[in-house]
Design a protein around this ligand. Structure first.
Ligand SMILES: O=C(O)C(=O)C[C@H](O)[C@@H](O)CO
Length: 256
């Protein structure tokens, strides 16, 4: 019988010297998750915001990632406490919240992950998270292993980095380049000088505020640049993108 509550080594290593290298999963396939889990990544992003994953799917992904090297990071569809509670009950410990723009929104995200009196997470003693009641004192220990990551992906969010980072319980801020570029009126063009310098400046300010800075890009040059700038957790590829580009290339190779 398993009664342990494994330490969240991703959270423990978030601000270590070496960046944590991640992989973004959007194909909603537990097979892809299982394959990526064996590759050696530090974290895997399981996406509920833009991918066809609902709660049962997330449970399959979490099971598929077990035994691998990577912490599953679940991006919830929105900063909304009911889904957060349900995802945590299924055993996710590291959550990424999209579109956070203010300290108040950051506070609400953290509160959704904490039991009263620190927060509003509803209590069930029989969930996958507490091994169906087998983890001693789960309610007292859960917060130690829960990691809260917030996406800042608008100019308003970037302006509020210091206030957002100051909220207790926030572990890291992730800059979403796609939405940020859209907010600048240049969707998808985050290497434009004005946007790219806002991203690098955002990372510097996140770290100066004592929190971990995260990023995602399918482009190696982007990832290498943010790693050189000191970002702490960087997703360096997306399963759907790899499948699409590689199948395009195969067809081109054989059919011209
Ligand atoms: O704004 C971004 O960039 C992100 O939030 C990441 C995207 O949502 C991701 O799905 C890659 O397209």
């Amino acid at each position: 019988m398993r009664t342990d509550l494994p330490a969240n080594s991703f959270k423990a290593r978030l601000q270590a010297d070496n960046p944590l290298i991640g992989f973004w999963l959007t194909t909603a396939s537990p097979v892809s998750t299982e394959i990526a889990a064996g590759a050696g990544f530090d974290w895997l992003l399981i996406d509920m915001e833009h991918s066809p994953n609902d709660l049962p799917d997330v449970t399959h992904h979490l099971r598929a990632a077990e035994g691998g090297t990577a912490e599953p990071v679940v991006r919830v569809p929105w900063n909304e406490p009911v889904m957060v509670k349900r995802v945590l009950d299924m055993g996710a410990r590291t959550l990424l919240f999209p579109y956070v723009q203010s300290a108040e929104e950051a506070r609400r995200a953290v509160e959704a992950t904490r039991y009263p009196p620190q927060g509003i997470r509803g209590l069930s003693g029989l969930t996958r998270a507490n091994r169906y009641g087998r983890v001693p004192d789960y309610f007292g220990r859960a917060a130690d292993e829960i990691c809260v990551l917030l996406q800042v992906e608008t100019r308003r969010g970037l302006d509020a980095i210091e206030e957002i980072a100051a909220i207790p319980g926030v572990d890291g801020l992730f800059i979403g380049p796609g939405d940020l570029s859209a907010d600048f009126g240049k969707a998808g063009k985050w290497r434009e000088p004005e946007i790219w310098s806002a991203i690098l400046d955002g990372g510097r300010r996140i770290k100066a505020a004592g929190k971990a800075a995260g990023f995602l890009s399918p482009a190696e040059a982007d990832c290498r640049d943010v790693i050189a700038a000191g970002f702490d957790f960087v997703a360096v590829g997306i399963d759907a993108g790899i499948l699409a580009r590689q199948t395009d290339a195969l067809v081109k190779a054989y059919k011209g």
